[in-house]
Design a binder for this molecule. Structure first.
Ligand code: IDC
Length: 564
């Protein structure tokens, strides 16, 4: 059958299509589509690095060059729901991935705070093995930027214990430090910075090898893994070590800085692995920039460079592969597609749909998507305290770009006073990331100092169409440059619709809370001094087991002193 098809039918069909103008072959250039019939662990076995035409190249156990292509998870502490049999089957079979990267954050409530995240890594490894994919265990160094910082002190023990649980396992690649960078305590973007990373990595590699683990190891490098060229000048004396590079196509373009660093590392002959790239800007959002991603894909395919795309999440950021929750616009795609199912294209984001095609090596022929309605908000106005909204503007308040709620912001009268108002509703499925479906308001560059003040306070009114259970939590955050652009009030302010301590409801049917946040009580032991610029105010109204749907009103945002 195959024989007849290719020799007789196919040419005939092509003539037919050409004559009748049917498009069978996409106009896309070949390198994006290059399908090397990605080698599976069951065929490729243990990976190793060999010299091929003067360059170090990832090869399978028979010595043939291999390319791995697949996805990276988002932070496993936030999106562990991707660790399920159906998802891994879909990624392996429907997406054609032969690798998956498990991003294990250490800070940001990751492994350092909750060592239980290790179990998720183990689960991810087992699922990858079951579905015949190689698997990268990523020790996700991000902030602080020095892998030798105290926050990451558990690295050696982590890799030791994992490699004991999976001794010399041919499926596993170890990525020792996602992205060293300059965030304090950080590493400099130069030879010295790389030397610090190298000295962190070498003992771990030595430990692995001494215990008989020949696994491929991947090492990040300065400036968010954009300097593999530094590694080339001073490489690690280990035959199975590769070097990472990362790019985000909205920020890092063809022939620019990262690209030329990669080229020079490649020319110097070291083995490279793009363990993380995104179609967005470096923030993880914006775009997606698909046309800018294409030259990178061609370049990597041409050079047999393996890659993983960021990331498997339904968070509302454009690099995420799945449709996010957007109040009134879209329901989030479940990270478990269901038994034996695949995610249909409309459940994938634009980025997800594009990357799936690039992993498979098939033409990217995007589906049509509904156009998003343009929302006109009340006039922006100027950020200044107090925010009373009596001038009919938003006084600088707007939605944070990936807020779960992006509905119209208007100025409405509530109890005789003007207030900023919006409609909000929460996702019907439980989202691990409680901020993902929450309204998240931002007033940037409000430019205030704390001086002798003790509290940030405001009024919040809630007008429910529905609120029969649970409650909400009101959160305040600021962006003081002196505190790393983030300082969050330690205590959220609760609103309760049912159960104990139900919030009192006014005669007009609205709930009212006077939210007061103590600036002397910040999370992570941060301290805000009188001369510290606060810069931005952020208010997030997080769901706490409620079914709330309705309007919210914000009024009288101000700084108060201790006695008030
Ligand atoms: C981003 C996530 C975002 C999260 C942020 C902070 O997309 O949701 O809030 O981290 O943890 C990287 C990092 C990767 C970043 C990603 C996008 O390795 O952790 O994820 N990025 O900013 N390097 C360059 C970009």
């Amino acid at each position: 059958m195959k024989h007849i098809f290719s020799d007789t039918l196919l040419p005939l069909m092509m003539v037919f299509c050409m004559v009748f103008g049917v498009l069978v072959v996409s106009a896309e250039e070949a390198p994006h589509l290059e399908n090397l019939a990605l080698v599976r662990p069951s065929d490729g076995g243990a990976l190793r690095i060999l010299e091929v035409e003067g360059r170090s190249q990832l090869c399978d156990s028979s010595g043939n060059p291999v390319q791995l292509r697949g996805m990276s998870t988002h932070g496993l502490q936030w999106y562990p729901q991707i660790l399920n049999d159906n998802a891994f089957r879909a990624l392996s079979r429907d997406w054609g991935s032969n690798v998956i990267r498990l991003a294990m954050y250490v800070t940001e409530n990751g492994y350092g705070v909750d060592p239980g995240v290790r179990e998720q890594v183990v689960q991810g490894i087992r699922l990858a093995m079951k579905h015949d994919m190689y698997v990268i265990v990523d020790w996700h160094v991000l902030s602080p930027g020095n892998p030798a910082a105290s926050e990451y002190a558990g690295a050696m023990d982590f890799f030791r214990s994992l490699s004991r649980e999976f001794p010399n396992n041919p499926y596993i690649l170890y990525e020792l430090c996602n992205e060293p960078n300059g965030n304090e305590p950080g590493v400099s973007n130069d030879e010295e910075g790389w030397e610090t990373v190298k000295q962190y990595a070498e003992p771990i590699i030595a430990m692995l090898r001494a215990a008989g683990n020949a696994n491929v190891v991947i090492v990040g490098n300065p400036n968010w893994s954009q300097r593999p060229d530094l590694c080339a000048q001073n490489s690690i004396a280990d035959g199975n070590t590769m070097y990472a590079f990362h790019f985000y196509s909205g920020t890092h373009k063809e022939n620019e800085y990262v690209w030329s660093n990669v080229e020079s590392a490649l020319e110097a002959g070291i083995a490279l692995f793009c363990t993380e790239w995104g179609t967005s800007s470096a923030s993880g959002d914006g775009g997606p920039f698909l046309e800018e991603a294409d030259p990178w894909i061609s370049f990597m395919n041409r050079n047999d460079i393996s890659w993983c795309n960021w990331s498997l999440t339904n968070k509302n950021e454009s690099s995420g592969a799945f449709i996010p929750y957007k109040n009134g616009l879209s329901e989030p795609t479940a990270l478990d597609p269901g038994r034996g199912n695949v995610w249909p294209a409309e459940k994938l984001s634009v980025s997800g749909e594009y990357v799936r095609a690039r992993i498979k090596g098939i033409p990217y022929l995007p589906i049509e998507r509904p156009e998003e309605a343009v929302i006109t908000h009340a006039e922006e106005g100027y950020p200044d305290l107090p925010c009373t909204f009596e001038d009919d503007t938003r006084q600088g308040w707007g939605w944070f770009a990936n807020s779960g709620v992006l509905s119209r912001l208007s100025v409405e009268t509530v109890r005789g006073s003007k207030a900023l108002s919006w409609y909000a509703e929460y996702a019907t499925i439980d989202l691990q990331d409680k901020w993902a479906d929450a309204p998240r308001l931002l007033c940037s560059n409000i430019g205030i100092y704390r001086e002798d003040k003790r509290y940030v306070a405001f009024d919040l009114y809630l007008e429910p169409q529905r609120a029969t259970r649970g409650g909400l939590s009101v959160i305040l955050a600021m962006a003081p440059p002196s505190l790393g652009y983030w300082a969050q009030a330690a205590e959220p302010v609760p609103v309760q619709f049912a159960g104990q301590d139900v919030t009192e409801r006014g005669a007009d049917g609205r709930y009212h809370v006077r939210a007061v946040f103590d600036l002397d009580k910040l999370r992570d032991g941060k301290e805000l001094g009188p001369e510290d610029l606060i810069r931005d105010l952020t208010i997030v109204v997080v769901n706490n087991g409620s079914d709330f749907a309705g309007r919210m009103y914000l009024d009288n945002v101000e700084l108060l002193s201790g006695g008030e």
